[in-house]
Write a protein that binds this ligand. Structure first.
Ligand code: DX5
Ligand code: ZN
Length: 230
């Protein structure tokens, strides 16, 4: 299962959490035709986070609506049980939370073996240092810039220095291909700031799905990133 995202250096990943679930297919087609680079699917179990969304049976048919890579952001207490079902559902990248499994190394390996690209997410209260031993095994780190569970929350300002610390660790460990993704409260107002300190992949829910035009929202996010990465 490949993870190929085209030619942009700055990747925009609409989070469908803020989409109209009654017409999820159309919403996904609209952002795909509107210039998104990948699709961000928030999977919540009502246990690790106080909200419930969807799982593999809802994700699998989405492939009919878009050819973009799909990443599943697992906000669940038992991510290991979803590795194979997510691979079978056509997920290209699986993102697991470091807080959910004491055997993170084993979990990362199982995702790799299943053929998916691997990302690890960190809650706002989890330091980047917990990833030091596994960073070379990852394709991506997701810095949560809100507490996970809901769309439409405010960006946590302390995330800026956290992104900087991750950039330093990435350089120190020679992980030049590692991507740094941010998720939560990102809009045209603050995208320039997160990109300027090193984020290269941007999740945006409300900023895209509450706009009258998905395409215009994606274009304005890219232009607000200030040409730092295009
Ligand atoms: C929050 C989710 C996010 C969320 C982002 O737990 O992981 O992906 O949908 O939504 P906005 O962009 O509205 O903060
Ligand atoms: Zn997410």
């Amino acid at each position: 299962m490949s993870f190929s995202v085209g030619s942009h250096s700055l990747l925009i990943a609409p989070s469908v959490l803020s989409a109209d679930f009654s017409r999820l297919g159309e919403e996904i087609r609209e952002v795909s035709e509107g210039g998104a680079d990948l699709l961000h699917l928030d999977v919540m179990d009502g246990h690790f986070v106080p909200n419930l969304t969807f799982g593999p049976p809802v994700i699998a048919p989405l492939r009919k609506w878009s050819h973009l890579p799909m990443e599943a952001h697992l906000m669940v207490s038992n991510p290991a049980s979803l590795v194979e079902p997510m691979a079978k559902a056509g997920v290209n990248r699986l993102i697991v939370h470091a807080e959910t499994d004491p055997h993170l190394h084993r979990l990362i390996e199982s995702i790799r073996i299943s053929g998916m690209s691997v990302g690890v997410a960190l809650n706002p209260s989890t330091p980047v240092a917990v990833l030091e031993e596994v960073l070379p095994l990852l394709d991506m780190v997701l810095i949560m810039t809100v507490n996970p569970g809901f769309g439409g929350q405010s960006f946590i300002e302390g995330s800026i220095s956290k992104i900087r610390r991750l950039v330093l660790m990435k350089e120190h460990l020679g992980c030049s291909r590692l991507r740094i993704e941010v998720d939560g409260g990102i809009s045209a107002r603050n995208i320039g700031q997160v990109v300027s300190v090193g984020a290269d992949t941007i999740v945006a829910g409300t900023a895209i799905f509450s706009a009258p035009s998905r395409k215009d929202a994606i274009v304005s996010l890219r232009s607000a990133a200030g040409g730092l990465l295009v």
